[in-house]
Design a protein around this ligand. Structure first.
Ligand SMILES: [Zn+2]
Length: 334
């Protein structure tokens, strides 16, 4: 999953990949990819209460803005790329390997050695002369940062785009846990999965997708900050974070919290006044309104190519989703 690219606004390849993964839960006639590359899957009887599980599937990237007379490629960010991580990174531009230029420390002007250049001074070197670069690369082409997936000790791992593929994976894991109930039609609700596009540039996919689905409830999954050496945050590996905000439906979040507690699933809490900067800000006010809540997975070094996550937190998020959906089990305990 981490190896299929999904740059914001150009997610089609990853959307198709995710749509395939959903086929084991519902017929292909219930899975679609819309014009904005949202993946939408209806699992269960559509006349029942629609509970949407959603995570954005797009990732940060860059876009070509120009080519210099010397053949260096100018770029600008798509989403909140951490510019500090760019210098000397390996990239591909329209399928061509390249690197991002970096001024040797010996040649930086006094006082400028530690400064991160603005985008107008960030260039990609493809190793080619200008006329050759112009044949292969066009303005508007997308730039992919090459970054390996690194397994760390203790069930932890580093990769780009854990924001938000980790949450897409958590939703798929929740479905796997509910597979029997889904197959035997034992849930008194319709699960609607939406993997939403273009979150990193302003929740554009979620806006369009939710409008069409008209869900009764939405549970949004996104990443939040894990504590790191130089910054505060949630405990990594200490469970998914149940979020409270004036934007969210308090009854829904209390029910989610109760489901987690009843089944002894480890979790953490966070409360915020209003906006969180996720699709959960937008979804509550679409159409006639959607009862919405947010569950977060902590990651370190957000918006870099080495975001660090912990499998225990993914498992916790999936367990919480599954526990909440099990409260709709026909003839179940509740
Ligand atoms: Zn995100």
């Amino acid at each position: 999953m981490l190896l299929v690219e999904s740059e914001c606004g150009n997610e089609r390849e990853f959307s198709e990949y995710c749509a395939k993964l959903l086929e084991q839960y519902t017929g292909p006639e219930n899975i679609s990819i819309d014009r904005l590359n949202n993946v939408i899957a209806y699992i269960g009887d559509r006349t029942k209460k629609k509970i949407m599980l959603t995570a954005h599937l797009d990732e940060l990237s860059m876009i070509v803005t120009g080519i210099t007379d010397e053949g260096f490629v100018n770029v600008y960010r798509v989403g909140g790329v951490d510019r500090r991580t760019l210098l000397s990174a390996e990239v591909t531009v329209a399928g061509n390997d390249g690197i991002i230029c970096s001024t040797p420390p010996h040649l930086t002007k006094p006082g400028e050695g530690n400064k991160v250049p603005e985008y107008k001074n960030i260039y990609i070197d493809l190793g080619l002369k200008a006329d050759e670069v112009k044949k292969r690369v066009k303005i508007g082409d997308r730039v992919r940062i090459k970054a390996p997936v690194t397994e760390l000790l203790n069930g932890r791992f580093a990769s780009k785009a854990l924001d938000n593929k980790l949450c897409c994976f958590a939703i798929l894991t929740a479905l796997r846990k509910l597979k029997k109930l889904i197959a035997h039609k034992e849930l008194d609700c319709c699960i609607v999965v939406m993997f939403a596009s273009e979150e990193e540039v302003g929740s554009r996919g979620a806006t369009v997708g939710t409008y069409g689905i008209e869900p009764d409830e939405a549970l949004v999954l996104d990443v939040t900050f894990a504590k790191q050496a130089d910054a505060p945050g949630h405990g990594l590996g200490e469970g998914a974070v149940i979020e409270f905000s004036s934007f969210f439906d308090r009854k829904l979040m209390k029910a989610v919290d109760k489901a987690a507690k009843d089944r002894g699933i480890k979790h953490q809490y966070e409360a915020n006044g209003a906006a969180y900067g996720t699709d959960a800000d937008t979804i509550p006010v679409i159409g006639n309104g959607v009862r919405t809540g947010l569950i977060s997975i902590p990651v370190r070094y957000m918006h870099t190519p080495v975001e660090v996550g912990d499998m225990d937190d993914v498992e916790s998020a999936a367990d919480i989703l599954a526990a909440y959906l099990r409260t709709y089990e026909i003839g179940g305990e509740e």
